[in-house]
Write a protein that binds this ligand. Structure first.
Ligand code: GLN
Length: 469
């Protein structure tokens, strides 16, 4: 059965073709069936059934009072707070921690009658590209045998891929919504920095983090992104800029590609082929493709990993066993700190905390942290220049297809390098969306992404609605 869009769900519910309780039962059955993929760390079965029952009653008694997301079933990454539920960022250090409040994005979804069906697996504190760095073990891609699903929002992508929900919420600091979406053949959207409140999102790198949306249909992703957007007094970096409706008058766009892509040896040839095919499709639809120089590619990954580890080392200092996080017994305060953090964090997180402390240390601050900030500024400025000449930028989402679980665990550098096309959007704070387009010969999905200038999500949605995926 093909997954239903929000519109189809709401039409079906109104016409009483099926009830909301039946719909939730459908998703719960799929969750049970795909349990082996390890996408969910907790399923809110009882809550979801109760909410569905309440919606069925409203449909009968007071349909005019239904919110815009009635019947929309949503999974939530395990780093977004839901009142009364555990939130652990897939870390040992937060096992047993229950949130006392809901993230602003969750509040907005619930106000519109969405149903939250469970928490999804991810890389610990959203650090990773394969969902292998989780205390719950890896999430497995539903597309093949023993392949990674991407990360860090891997559980989110698989929950949509296997039709266990209509929409998933993830977080994207350097591609964690878009890259797993690409690996799993679904759509993944990272909004402009400041579009969606980070209140209630466990911080990884605060000047990069954004909550993002995964789904099967552009219209669905657009609708949910719009609903969770907006200024929030709990997050001073949110903006009150309106979320423009995609214009019906602009139907052709100028789309930039980077000259450096065609000569990049790191890109899998079949991904390059799909990418070129999409550009051809766009050309034939009347869009203009223009090739620009982006000669800052070599700085993208170093700048991202210096700045995000620096921010992470500061953000994660709160998990010390005293203020936050599980406390391990020790002989004195320092010993408690050391043991709680040594035993509570996994290897990838510890590596990043150490890197972050190193780049911020007094002898190296100018050489690393400050240089990376300068590189970030150059990258932003150059992208702004590109946007003065083009509406959108089109790039592959990931240069590589999903790999076998366990095969890259000892080669972190190659995994970091594969973030090259996604981290750009977070360095510049711009919105970006990944779409499934074509497949590898062996059937694995390929993702292509578009980026727009800040607060122009409307252009992304306007164009991607026209793409025949
Ligand atoms: N793969 C990137 C990293 O490991 C992206 C993570 C993210 O977006 N949360 O940092």
């Amino acid at each position: 059965m093909t997954p239903k869009s929000i519109e189809e769900i709401q039409r079906g519910l109104k016409a009483q073709t099926f009830s909301c309780s039946q719909l939730v039962e459908h998703y719960l059955t799929n969750i049970r069936q795909h349990k082996g993929l390890n996408a969910f760390v907790e399923v809110f079965e009882q809550d979801a059934k109760e909410k569905a029952h309440a919606i069925d009653q409203k449909l009968g008694n007071a349909p005019e009072s239904l919110g815009d997301l009635f019947g929309v079933v949503i999974s939530v990454k395990d780093n977004i707070c839901i009142e009364g539920k555990q939130v652990t960022a897939a870390s040992d250090i937060l096992q047993g921690f229950t949130s006392t409040f809901s993230a602003t994005a969750i509040q907005k979804l619930e106000e519109q009658d969405a149903i939250i069906i469970g928490r999804t697996n991810c890389d610990e504190f959203a650090m990773g590209s394969s969902n292998e760095h989780s205390v719950y073990g890896p999430t497995i891609n539903g597309v093949g045998t023993n392949l990674v699903c991407g990360g860090s929002s891997g559980g989110a992508a698989v929950s949509v891929q296997t039709d266990c929900c209509t929409i998933a919420l993830g977080s994207d600091t350097g591609g964690s919504v878009r890259q797993p979406a690409a690996f799993c053949g679904v759509i993944g959207m990272k909004p402009t920095y400041g579009r969606v409140s980070r209140h209630g999102l466990l911080a990884y790198a605060s000047s990069f983090d954004q909550i993002g949306v995964l789904g099967h249909k552009v219209q669905d992703v657009e609708k949910v992104t719009r609903i969770i957007s907006g200024e929030d007094r709990m997050d001073a970096t949110t903006s009150n800029r309106p979320f423009p409706t995609p214009s019906s008058t602009q139907d052709s766009f100028k789309i930039a590609t980077f000259r450096q892509i065609n000569t990049n040896e790191g890109i899998h040839p079949e991904i390059l082929q799909s990418y070129q095919q999409l550009l051809e499709q766009l050309k034939s639809q009347g869009h203009e493709i223009t090739t620009v120089d982006f000669d800052l590619m070599d700085f993208v990954i170093p700048a991202y990993y210096v700045l995000t580890t620096a921010e992470a080392s500061s953000n994660l200092s709160r998990y010390d066993g005293i203020r936050y996080g599980n406390r391990k017994a020790g002989k004195d305060l320092e010993d408690i700190y050391r043991k709680s953090r040594t035993e509570g964090f996994g290897t990838e997180v510890k590596k990043r905390i150490m890197t972050g402390n190193f780049v911020l240390s007094s002898g190296y601050y100018d050489a690393y942290f400050q240089k990376a900030q300068q590189a970030r500024r150059l990258i932003r400025n150059r992208l702004q220049e590109v946007f003065s000449e083009a509406d959108l930028i089109c790039l592959p989402t990931s240069p590589t297809p999903p790999w076998k679980i366990g095969t890259k665990i000892n080669d972190p550098i190659s995994v970091y390098l594969a973030d090259i096309f996604t981290v750009l959007a977070n360095l510049a704070g711009i919105p970006a969306i990944s779409l499934p387009y074509g497949t590898h010969k062996n059937g694995l999905p390929i993702g292509i992404q578009f980026m727009a200038e800040t607060f122009r999500e409307d252009k992304l949605f306007q164009l991607t609605r026209q793409i025949d995926m």
